[in-house]
Design a protein around this ligand. Structure first.
Ligand code: F3S
Length: 296
């Protein structure tokens, strides 16, 4: 059995930065450290951080005499103001690429553009961007959502992307928007993060060469879900799992080639554990004579 592991695994720049900042704060005894919502979308990392003392809350009001570490996806500005009004120390771990989308959306709204974000309206990153535009930014998850937006009176339109958006969906939204064509000006900002693009490209390429893909990463991680979606679109059996122990031997017993990839918030050690598990089950099966010529 051949296992092809994606070249780019482990934390992206923004996640690594947020986790390192949090670890520094947690090592620095004194104030209690809080994040509103999980700092990143990876359960294993969150478990380690909470063991070290990070407290995850849903509301600023739950923070008592502590320090707020802003998650990599960013925080809505009114929550930030609330924290500052309560004299809560703030450590900003918003990924700089997310920050760029927040600032650009805010500026474009002020310049009179109807701003559309290609993304998931319930994702914390998109919610934070909405906050920076006083809820004026509209959100389209896919091309069909454009029909639901009130764009008829908009002469100037600006389209931006959630950083973990797929190129193909963004392109489909652009095509549909252009075909509507009732506006005078359309500005397109490709704000899809490069780390996301590289991993999507690699996952697609591996998916075309193997019989099954395993995508490792948090269930809530948008970019991990997107990777799994891309592999399914490529027509290959795909499983999205959070931990190596969730990989079922029955999935791959008769497979000759398996691809392994992970989201930008999946630690490299989780991928290593998954590769080790595949190897171990395969070797054990081999010893017990469970493998047939076909499975080899
Ligand atoms: Fe930032 Fe891109 Fe990672 S937006 S959090 S570097 S996926």
């Amino acid at each position: 059995m051949k296992v092809i592991v994606s070249e780019h695994v482990g934390f992206c720049f923004g996640v690594e930065r947020a986790v390192k900042k949090a670890e520094r704060m947690l090592d620095n005894r004194g104030l209690s450290n809080y994040s509103v919502g999980p700092l990143i979308h990876n359960p294993q990392t969150i478990e380690k951080l909470t063991e070290k003392g990070l407290r995850i809350v849903n509301r600023i009001e739950q923070i008592k005499n502590g320090r707020l570490i802003i998650r990599a996806h960013g925080l809505r500005p009114e929550l930030l103001s609330k924290a500052r009004a309560k004299n809560i120390e703030v450590v900003d771990s918003t990924c700089p690429f997310v920050k760029k989308v927040q600032e650009a959306s805010c500026r474009l709204v002020k310049q009179g553009y109807a701003v559309i974000i290609a993304g998931d309206k319930n994702h914390p990153e998109v919610k934070s961007i909405g906050g920076f535009t006083d809820e004026k930014a509209m959100v389209a998850a896919g091309p069909s959502d454009l029909d639901k937006l009130n764009l008829n009176k908009s002469r100037k339109i600006a389209l931006l992307a959630q950083t973990t958006q797929s190129n193909s969906n963004f392109q489909a939204i652009i095509n549909k928007l252009v075909s509507k064509g009732h506006f005078e000006e359309l500005r397109i900002f490709n704000t899809i993060c490069r780390a996301t693009v590289v991993r999507q490209r690699e996952a697609r390429s591996i998916a075309q060469k193997v019989e099954m893909m395993i995508i490792m990463g948090g269930r809530l991680s948008a970019n991990t879900k997107r990777l799994a979606g891309i592999c399914k679109e490529a027509g290959v059996e795909t499983h999205h799992v959070e931990a190596a122990k969730d990989i079922k031997p029955s999935w791959f017993r008769k497979k000759r080639s398996i691809g392994l990839a992970g989201g930008t918030s999946t630690p490299a050690w989780v991928i290593k554990q998954a590769a080790d598990r595949l190897k171990k089950v395969y070797t054990d099966d081999h010893r017990r004579g469970k493998l047939t010529a076909h499975s080899l």
